[in-house]
Design a protein. Structure first.
Length: 392
């Protein structure tokens, strides 16, 4: 007997199991679900996700076995409560309309869906999983470490009842704007792109853009972030475990702050980054975006010690003036870059750097970690050269 836990070492999130099913009398009981739309939905899920090739599929579709004996299914009463199909060689598009409809038929009673670490699950994460009218009891959704790609629908950030666990890590899903060569999530075309003003390169592969945002745009971002903190218990200080920052996670803010940042990503930040590093815009994806505060006041965060980022590319945009100190210091080159309000620095995240101490006033920045997913052999070569040169 063991307790079902998050595969990422999280809190206990279900009752005792014998490895497949909750230990209860339902295991041997004849259930009405065997003649219900939920059984048909389970059969569709099996067919749509390559069931015959699953690593674990005991009793699935055998006529002499009730659904409660199908491996990976847990019931509450006569209804499907949980599907546990992680690490099971599932394959198929998760956003296939037939498959989406099948999951929706389980929606009224489904509480947990575990389908992580199936490398052949593709497509986007359907927004319907965030719809509480369809999935009123869904508290755990684990789709981590698959091959999902695309923009995460805003409904996931704006859900009235937050998920106890929502794991989308290890995919190419993002809450942020991402250019797509098919036109998806790129409705505005190239006419709305802003050039970001003059650029300079104080060091190889470190670029400073002088006019990314106007002062009113910067002030608007700060005001939106402060309003969010006032309404949600203050600034967060524990998201980045190794090198903590006092910040606001743009992804969970939703509404105007997220929308405004996505506009800046679309019109200025990502197009300029692609041009400066000679990469394809379609290969760039924001992994983390946050508005951080440094303050010279007592017991406030004044600086950030030397570190590297996990991302291939990073950027820091200054959002205000009226402070002293601050900037990004590149350790190996003994060089500090301190852009003015509205300007920003772009660099390889693997480069050792630190946040310089603020000695007077408050400094606000918009910082982003950008992953690069090369879509062509040429892109692979360019990224490899960039990473090698940045380390060297």
């Amino acid at each position: 007997m063991e307790e079902r836990q998050s595969g990422k070492g999280g809190n206990i999130i279900d009752k005792a199991f014998d490895g497949t099913h909750e230990v209860s009398s339902t295991k041997k009981r004849k259930l009405s679900v065997s003649r219900s739309p939920q059984r048909d939905a389970l059969k569709t899920i099996y067919a749509s996700l390559g069931g015959p090739e699953w690593t674990r599929q005991d009793n699935w579709l055998f006529n002499d076995h009730e659904c409660c004996e199908w491996q990976g299914i847990n019931f509450k009463g006569d209804n499907v409560k949980m599907l546990e199909l992680s690490q099971n060689n599932l394959r198929g598009r998760l956003d296939d309309p037939i498959l989406v409809d099948a999951f929706a038929k389980l929606g009224p009673t489904l509480q947990q869906l575990w389908i992580s670490e199936n490398a052949a699950i593709t497509g986007n994460l359907p927004a319907i999983f965030a719809n509480e009218s369809v999935f009123p009891h869904l508290s755990i959704l684990d789709v981590g470490s698959n091959q999902l790609r695309g923009s995460l629908h805003p409904a996931f950030a704006k859900r009235a009842t937050p998920f106890a666990l929502l794991d989308i890590s290890g995919n190419q899903l993002t809450s942020y704007y991402r250019y797509n060569s098919t036109g998806i999530n790129n409705d505005h075309g190239d006419d709305s792109v802003v050039d970001g003003g003059p650029t300079s390169s104080p060091l190889p592969h470190i670029h400073v853009a002088s006019s990314l945002l106007t002062k009113p745009q910067c002030t608007d971002l700060i005001d939106l972030a402060i309003r969010h903190t006032e309404a949600n218990g203050g600034w967060t200080m524990d998201r980045h475990k190794a090198y903590q920052t006092t910040d606001v996670d743009i992804a969970i803010c939703g509404d105007k702050l997220l929308d405004t940042c996505n506009d800046h990503l679309r019109t200025t930040i990502l197009p300029l980054m692609a041009r400066l590093f000679e990469l394809s815009l379609v290969d760039l994806a924001i992994e983390d975006l946050f508005l951080a505060k440094y303050s010279a006041e007592k017991d406030q965060q004044r600086m950030l010690s030397k570190h590297t980022d996990d991302s291939e590319l990073s950027f820091v945009i200054t959002l205000n003036d009226g402070f002293k100190g601050g900037g990004t210091r590149f350790i190996d080159d003994d060089t500090t870059v301190a852009p003015n309000c509205g300007a920003g620095v772009f660099f390889c995240g693997h480069r050792l750097h630190s946040g310089v101490e603020v000695v007077e006033g408050e400094r606000y920045i918009l910082a982003g970690f950008v992953r690069v997913y090369p879509s062509t052999p040429e892109g692979v070569v360019k990224l490899d050269c960039l990473l090698k040169q940045s380390k060297g």
